[in-house]
Write a protein that binds this ligand. Structure first.
Ligand code: ADP
Ligand SMILES: N[C@@H](CCOP(=O)(O)O)C(=O)O
Length: 315
């Protein structure tokens, strides 16, 4: 029997929590914005097939795909537990553009590891799986950050905690909000977008960062939308990354004039996210971004809300 797992797109950082905060999103029109991985048993050796709209952006050799590495590390972990295993064939439906700021590699990693765990009768706990997901993401981006894999796996708004047993805790999000996600259609490598950041920050920046994150989290717990939105500011990455995103500053100004509550870079970009609590306003912002932010035919704009489910089995 074939098992199929879907893993959703996510907003890394959510502006205030560089590497520490992430949120899973789902389009309100019901489309699947994320990757799907199917798994079944096979003979001889492990296999990876690839399909889907963004398959041409993946490495040609399946062995260079992060999903193949997921199979290898998962089976190695099974061996270390003394558990025998059979060979598997995975099929990756690559629905997410690569280098998009939507947690594309995280979608593949999470869908693959959840599918493997399901196929092999759940040998690993949620925390063990999340640790493996972080390890895989670090291999791709060059540094360990869970802000895509954790929300993609667990759903909702997730805050990373410095505790190996837990790794991530869910924070109450704003279920009334719409997140307009505009992928411009250009590729920004996460690794490269990390290299433009300074090694050190000054005291005023450190204080502003701490205040924004703390105030935002406090507002989430009190469901105080105005306070949350007035502090949704990125003082660590956005000042250095916005120059990599053609049209970002102009569109940011444009959506503010249309009444957006806040906006920022999703992950390392080029996707920008815009927050509003009004459906009609979300539609106006969607049209504006379609007309002004897209740089290539590969671009798209979705109106999303928080995805509270995370990775899940699909038919
Ligand atoms: N299944 C996969 N999904 C996405 N990227 C993959 C996958 N397998 C290998 N890669 C490689 O990993 C890198 C991902 O780039 P990155 O900028 O981190 O993307 P994203 O930010 O969208 O996750 C690319 O070089 C890509 O070729
Ligand atoms: N915290 C990371 C998030 C990267 O997200 P991605 O979707 O661009 O992979 C960072 O900002 O570097």
């Amino acid at each position: 029997m074939t098992i199929k797992v879907f893993a959703p797109a996510s907003i890394g950082n959510v502006s205030v929590g560089f590497d520490l905060l992430g949120m899973a999103v789902q389009p309100v029109n019901g489309e699947l914005l994320g990757d799907v991985v199917a798994i079944e048993g096979c003979d001889g050796s492990n296999q990876l097939a690839m399909e889907g709209p963004f398959v041409d952006k993946l490495p040609n050799d399946p062995k260079d795909n992060i999903v193949f590495t997921c199979i290898e590390i998962f089976q190695q972990a099974l061996s270390e537990k003394g558990q025998e295993f059979d060979w598997v064939k995975l099929t990756l439906e690559k629905r997410m553009p690569v280098g998009s700021g939507l947690g594309s590699s995280a979608c593949s990693i999470v869908a693959a590891l959840v599918a493997l765990n399901q196929y092999y009768q759940k040998p690993f706990s949620e925390a063990q799986l999340l640790a493996m997901m972080g390890q895989m993401e670090a291999q791709i981006s060059g540094s360990l950050h869970y802000d895509n894999v954790a929300p993609c796996f667990l759903g909702g708004l997730q805050l990373m905690v410095n505790d190996k047993q837990i790794i991530s805790r869910e924070i109450p999000s704003f279920s009334q909000c719409y997140f307009v996600m505009a992928y411009s259609g250009i590729n920004v490598s996460t690794k490269a977008a990390r290299e433009v950041l300074p090694e050190q920050y000054d005291k005023a920046t450190a204080i502003a960062f701490g205040q924004n994150l703390a105030t935002f989290i406090d507002a989430c717990y009190r469901q105080d939308l105005p306070q949350a939105m007035s502090h949704l500011k990125d003082v660590l990455a956005e000042p250095y990354r916005s120059g990599l995103l053609p049209g970002f500053d102009v569109c940011r100004q444009g959506v503010a004039e249309l009444g957006a509550l806040a906006s920022g870079i999703s992950g390392s970009g080029p996707t920008m996210f815009v927050v509003t609590d009004d459906k009609e306003n979300a539609e106006q912002i969607q049209t504006f971004l379609q007309e002004n932010y897209l740089q290539s035919p590969a671009g798209f704009v979705y109106i999303c809300q928080t995805d509270v489910h995370g990775a899940r089995l699909v038919c």
